[in-house]
Ligand binder design. Structure first.
Ligand SMILES: *Cc1c(COP(=O)(O)O)cnc(C)c1O
Length: 386
């Protein structure tokens, strides 16, 4: 099976992990701060807080921004469930803003309309979480302007987007957001096995997230309620979690960072070749917004079903039957049973549902060979031929 995504591990990556295994610290050593610094420097952000997943990063980002019971958090329906679940962890309520029919990202127009309505009914969101689907950034300048007008904070879910750019600057610099989150799951652009990071330019948010990732415990005298009882002393001043990244993981991440640009360039070369080879097929290839240079986590096509004999599902199954590990990103989050119980009904976001009925993710990862690539295209050509 050719998977839709997979990691690219070099001998240098393996050696970096082995070096940590032979060192004094498997966790809470020097590799985590070194990895944080590498990512912050690459992105041009002031602070980076490494955690054990993007899901954890989203959770502590929401908490640091004060999300709690009675608050609303809005995100895109076309995302992994974690982008919405983070608000529920905090006791807040979630709603979804329909997608743009070209980029499949949260639509700025729909967001503006929904904000105007919410203002009238007094339920404006505290936080909006734009998701850079497939690695292509959302319209962040416009979303930021709406944030200033309506008073909401912004967490960029950039799980797909490390190595990408928006208006010529690295995604993750938080120019248009309060916090940006990356994922280092093996299918993503660089990996630490499991892992995530939250970036911010706000020192107090960074400090709060550092506290929350490790039980709410501080060893900083300045943050304590009274002077230490002795050199062993620490204080728990908040209710945090164990969301720490291990040094073993951070060493892998640091080593992977050295090839980030190479990975994204390779993804672009493969996507470019897909664009050319799929040009005469009854599919819509991914759009490229002029403001954006995508991290290209995913290559999603949409089937022109009125020009294909098979159904969406049949095309998918035909591809899988020929060992092409296609996938679907994503089932609209509010169509999950857990969200239906919360009151969401089919039809809540029509563009998202239309997208879901046509979208297929084709294999895309830096180590995909040209022969595998051709195999995918041939299989799709056969699956969609009349
Ligand atoms: C993968 C992903 C996450 C969760 O990442 P983990 O590191 O697996 O917790 C969150 N949001 C999006 C959009 C993702 O693709």
């Amino acid at each position: 099976m050719i998977p839709y995504g997979r990691q690219d591990i070099s001998e240098a990556d393996i050696q970096a992990v082995v070096d940590v295994l032979r060192s004094d610290f498997l966790t809470q050593g020097p590799a985590v701060p070194a990895f944080e610094k590498a990512i912050a420097d690459y992105c041009g952000a002031q602070h980076a807080v490494a955690v054990n997943s993007a899901t954890s990063a989203l959770h502590i980002a929401c908490l640091a921004l004060g999300v709690g019971p009675g608050d609303w958090v809005w995100t895109s329906p076309v995302t992994f469930v974690a982008s919405a679940n983070c608000a529920l962890y905090c006791g807040a309520q979630v709603d979804f803003v329909d997608i743009d029919p070209c980029t499949y990202n949260l639509s700025v127009e729909r967001l503006a309309e929904k904000l105007a309505q919410a203002k009238k009914s007094g339920c404006l969101p505290k936080v909006v979480i734009p998701v850079h689907l497939c690695g292509q950034p959302c319209g962040m300048a416009d979303i930021r302007a709406l944030g200033q007008r309506y008073g909401f904070k912004i967490i960029e879910d950039a799980s797909h987007a490390i190595g990408g750019r928006y208006k010529g600057e690295p995604i993750g610099n938080c120019r248009y957001s309060d916090i940006t989150v990356f994922s280092f799951h093996p299918v993503k652009i660089i990996t630490t096995g499991e892992g995530g990071m939250a970036l911010t330019n706000d020192e107090s948010l960074a400090k709060h997230m550092q506290l929350l990732r490790s039980h709410g415990i501080t060893r900083d005298v300045a943050d304590m309620t009274h002077s230490p009882d002795g050199p062993w002393y620490y204080q728990q001043i908040d209710l945090g979690f164990n969301y720490r990244m291990a040094d073993i993981q951070a060493a892998l991440g640091l080593s992977q960072m050295r090839r980030l640009d190479e990975f994204v360039n390779k993804r672009h070369a493969i996507a470019q070749r897909y664009d050319e080879l799929l040009a005469d097929l009854p599919v819509i290839i991914p759009s490229k917004h002029p403001d954006s240079y995508s991290g290209l986590h995913l290559y999603v096509i949409r089937l022109k079903l009125n020009q294909i004999r098979k159904t969406h599902r049949e095309v998918f199954e035909t591809m899988r039957a020929t060992s092409i590990g296609v996938n679907i990103h994503y089932i609209p989050v509010y169509r999950q049973p857990y969200y239906e119980v919360l009151g969401f009904k089919p039809g809540h976001c029509l563009e998202a549902e239309k997208y879901y009925s046509e979208a297929i993710s084709l294999p895309l990862y830096s180590a995909l060979t040209e022969a595998q690539h051709d195999q995918v295209v041939t299989a799709l050509r056969e699956a969609t031929s009349a």
